[in-house]
Write a protein that binds this ligand. Structure first.
Ligand SMILES: NC(=O)c1ccc[n+]([C@@H]2O[C@H](COP(=O)([O-])OP(=O)(O)OC[C@H]3O[C@@H](n4cnc5c(N)ncnc54)[C@H](O)[C@@H]3O)[C@@H](O)[C@H]2O)c1
Length: 158
């Protein structure tokens, strides 16, 4: 049976939802984004998703029908990849960027930007974490840089 609310109750619901939308809007989203949030969704984040292993994983996930996820979001700072990869993923799988899958150019160590990604694509159900640097030579010549990127990124994500 359809639930009926009294006028004051309806007003309260309306003002609360407007407050929530205003809060979301003022933080990090644009006008169109909060419409996405209102649709029931289940998001998977793939960090490093434009890299070698990440992009192959993306192809498998998309070609396999997304395994119950409604959105798959790549989070990558493009330090060791290119956004041309996104077009190739779409081409190979017959999908569309900003439809089945999304891309956010974000460095995992940037907590504020990462928080915005989690808010924008709420609810994030799962994360596959591939973002990291792995060139043996540089990891030996610049160990602290690698430590900061790989450990720092993972800690921020957690
Ligand atoms: N390539 C292999 O054979 C192999 C084998 C076993 C394990 N791994 C591991 O898998 C992971 C991915 O490897 P890959 O070969 O795909 O490397 P890759 O360099 O091709 O991909 C890593 C991606 O992470 C991104 N990235 C790095 N630091 C980031 C940060 N701070 N924030 C956001 N994005 C960041 C890079 O831009 C890149 O697109 C690494 O941890 C690697 O050690 C790789």
């Amino acid at each position: 049976m359809k639930k009926r609310f009294t006028r004051p109750r309806l007003e309260l619901l309306r003002s609360n939802s407007l407050k929530i939308l205003r809060k979301i809007k003022s933080s990090c989203l644009n006008t169109n984004d909060y419409l996405i949030i209102m649709v029931e969704s289940k998001t998977l984040l793939v960090t490093g998703g434009s890299g070698y292993i990440g992009s192959h994983t993306m192809v498998e996930l998309l070609a396999g029908g997304m395994y119950g996820f409604t959105r798959i979001v790549i989070v990558d700072n493009l330090e060791n990849s290119s956004n041309k990869v996104l077009d190739r993923i779409a081409e190979i799988t017959g999908t569309q960027l900003n439809n089945q899958f999304y891309f956010e150019e974000v460095d995992l160590r940037n907590k504020e930007a990462l928080d915005c990604v989690f808010t924008k694509y709420e609810p994030v159900h799962s994360v596959i974490h591939f973002a990291g640097l792995k060139a043996v030579g540089v990891s030996v010549s610049q160990p602290l840089y690698y430590y900061e990127n790989n450990v720092g990124g993972t800690v921020t994500l957690l």
